[in-house]
Design a protein. Structure first.
Length: 110
């Protein structure tokens, strides 16, 4: 069968009962969208909000780990960048968005 014959065999939905059955056909799609929002979108928004809050609360002298795995202590904070000091008195300037976690939190959790 081709696609045109399938469309021609479909019953017309102009009757009153057809509109209510079409509403029920969208119900699974609506449920999928709700589940997708609850399990994927909302937790990601919360995680993003927590990361932004953490990066705004960075302080001088705080031990941090970058997303590249570099451990260091914050020496200077600019508007969008942070200067960290790593072992051997080496200073690196990284973007605030590259700071992953507070190093002292990982030590306390172990």
């Amino acid at each position: 069968m081709n696609l045109l014959s399938i469309f021609l065999m479909a019953s017309p939905s102009g009757t009153g009962t057809g509109s209510s059955s079409s509403w029920y056909s969208f119900l699974p799609l609506i449920l999928i969208v709700i589940v997708f929002y609850l399990f994927f979108i909302r937790p990601q928004m919360k995680r993003s909000k927590d990361q932004k809050k953490f990066r705004e609360s960075l302080e001088k002298g705080q031990k941090v780990i970058t997303i590249g795995g570099i451990h260091g202590r914050i020496v200077e904070i600019q508007e969008t960048t942070v200067t960290i000091e790593v072992e051997g008195q080496v200073r690196l300037r990284v973007e605030k968005s590259a700071i992953a976690i507070d190093n002292s939190q990982t030590i306390e959790n172990k």
